[in-house]
Each structure stands twice: as structure tokens, then as C-alpha cells.
Design a binder for this molecule. Structure first.
Ligand SMILES: NC(=O)c1ccc[n+]([C@@H]2O[C@H](COP(=O)([O-])OP(=O)(O)OC[C@H]3O[C@@H](n4cnc5c(N)ncnc54)[C@H](O)[C@@H]3O)[C@@H](O)[C@H]2O)c1
Length: 255
């Protein structure tokens, strides 16, 4: 027996679509029948599946976003799903963070999410509504040391998500944020890489997670898929923590 595809006939735009999480999201939405536009600074190194197109995109540049939306409009005439997964991390305390660092990370993580959403809304209205997924982080709730500006950007994305959900819910546009914990992507590898002994760090990450592993991009793509599907039609304005139980527990002392 075959089942209906959850996103048949839909169009999706995924920013940061060549990255660890973004690429898994592109694949998952495509498998569910969506026509997917993968926007990123550079193309994925993986071969593009049918119905996934790469479009060069810089989410900090409004003209770049407008050009992407024009392509989407010309090719499909609608937009049902926007996934704002482009993001960068800067590993510094406030004292170490230059004003240029601060402006750069806010430009990508916060302004990029704002500009993409702003430029997408009119195309999302064409189909009578749709779904926007922003990427927050568990770092928007609690802090990892040495990630001050990153944590601040994620807190801003959480607040923006709630505000957008309030403003656009009446138009049947649902807005949610996914707040991952440790997900095995190039961003996490680079975080480990700057922190010394990768093998023991990885072991420590496993130890502190109740599920005894960190997440995969596919774990995140599954949540994106559900939140953007009709099954989640009453879900909006929420911050969905996906962290293998990490933030559910009190920290244990090693006595
Ligand atoms: N990996 C984790 O553990 C984790 C945890 C919490 C939150 N997140 C968030 O999830 C999202 C995806 O992260 P990831 O782990 O896949 O990272 P990643 O580094 O693998 O991918 C990020 C992608 O964003 C793209 N990008 C960066 N600047 C851009 C710009 N100006 N315009 C367009 N694209 C740009 C990069 O080229 C890259 O492909 C990010 O917002 C990140 O902050 C990740």
C-alpha cells in the first residue's frame, strides 16, 4: 500500500541548504514530494536529487534574496515552506568579540532570518498560507561558555519567531523555531576542532546526553518535515528543543 507524500505539489526554500542540517532538510522535503530550492553561499558537494535546485544566496543581502524569490516565482509561482537554516558561530566571550564579529553574526543569524521571511511572505500568501521554520538553538535558553554573540543571536531568533507567529497566524502562516542541541554537522566539528582533544570531547558529549548520543541532521530534518506538514496544522509560535534530553536534566556532580 502506498501513502500520500506529505509535501506533494509544494515549493520549499531552504537557506544554508548546503550545510549539515540544511542539506538533510532539502533531501527530506524532496522525498516527501516538494520542489526544493537550496540557497547557500556555495553549492553542496553532494549530487543534487531531482527536484532540488541550488541557487547562490547570501542571506545578508536583500538583492540576493529578491533574486532567489523571483526565480521561485518564475518556476513555481508559489512558496509553501521557508526553512531559515543559514547560520554561523563565533566562539568568543564578549570581551574577545569585536564589533565587526558581533555585526557579522547578527547579519547572518538574525538579519538573514528577518530578510528572508520579509521577502517570502507575499509568495507564501499565494497558496493561502504556509510554514516558516527558523533555527534557534538550545543556546538561546542556556549558554555554552565562549559563545556570547551566538547565544544572543539565537535568543533574538526565538523572540522573532513568536512575533512572526502572532502577526501572520491569521493568514494561516505558521512560524516555529527548532532549537537543536548538539547535532553532528560541519559547524559542530569546527566547534570541537577549536576545543582541543576531539575524541575525549565527543565522549563527554555522549556522556551528558540522556539518549547517549548527539543528534544527526536527519533527526532535525524529521522535525522540520513534521512541523511543515499538515499534521502540525495547529502548531505555531513555539520553540522546539531537539537535544536528546540534554536540557531536561540537572547537572550531576562527578563525586
Ligand atoms: N549543529 C549544531 O549542533 C547546531 C545546534 C544548534 C543550532 N544550530 C543551527 O542550525 C543551523 C544550521 O547549522 P549547521 O550545523 O547545519 O551548520 P553548517 O555550518 O553545517 O551549515 C550552515 C550553512 O549556512 C551557510 N551560510 C552561512 N552564511 C550564509 C549566508 N550569509 N548566506 C547563505 N548561507 C550562509 C553555510 O555556507 C553553511 O552551508 C544554524 O542556524 C545553526 O546555528 C546548529
Amino acid at each position: 500500500m502506498t501513502r500520500d507524500l506529505q509535501h506533494a505539489g509544494r515549493t520549499a526554500v531552504v537557506t544554508g541548504g548546503s550545510g549539515g542540517i540544511g542539506w538533510a532538510v532539502c533531501q527530506r522535503l524532496q522525498q516527501e514530494g516538494a520542489r526544493v530550492f537550496c540557497g547557500d553561499l556555495t553549492p553542496s558537494t553532494e549530487p543534487l536529487p531531482e527536484d532540488v535546485s541550488y541557487i547562490e544566496l547570501d542571506v545578508t543581502q536583500e538583492e540576493s534574496i529578491q533574486a532567489l524569490m523571483q526565480t521561485v516565482q518564475a518556476q513555481t509561482g508559489r512558496l509553501d515552506i521557508l526553512v531559515n537554516a543559514a547560520g554561523i558561530e563565533i566562539e568568543k566571550t564578549v570581551e574577545e568579540t569585536s564589533l565587526a564579529d558581533w555585526n557579522r553574526i547578527f547579519a547572518v543569524n538574525v538579519t538573514g532570518t528577518f530578510l528572508m521571511s520579509k521577502q517570502a511572505l507575499s509568495l507564501i500568501r499565494v497558496g493561502g498560507g504556509g510554514s516558516i521554520i527558523n533555527f534557534g538553538s538550545y543556546d538561546g535558553f542556556i549558554a555554552d561558555p565562549g559563545l556570547a554573540a551566538y547565544c544572543a543571536t539565537k535568543g533574538a531568533v526565538h523572540a522573532l519567531t513568536r512575533a512572526m507567529a502572532c502577526d501572520h497566524g491569521p493568514e494561516n502562516i505558521r512560524v516555529n523555531a527548532i532549537c537543536p542541541g548538539y547535532i553532528d554537522t560541519p559547524m559542530l566539528r569546527s566547534f570541537f576542532g577549536s576545543s582541543g582533544d576531539i575524541a575525549s570531547l565527543e565522549e563527554e558529549v555522549r556522556r551528558v546526553h540522556p539518549l547517549r548520543r548527539y543528534g544527526t541532521p536527519q533527526d532535525v530534518a524529521n522535525l522540520v518535515n513534521w512541523l511543515t506538514s499538515d499534521e502540525a496544522r495547529y502548531a505555531s509560535g513555539q520553540l522546539w528543543i531537539l537535544d536528546g534530553g540534554l536540557t531536561a536534566q540537572a547537572q550531576q556532580m562527578q563525586l
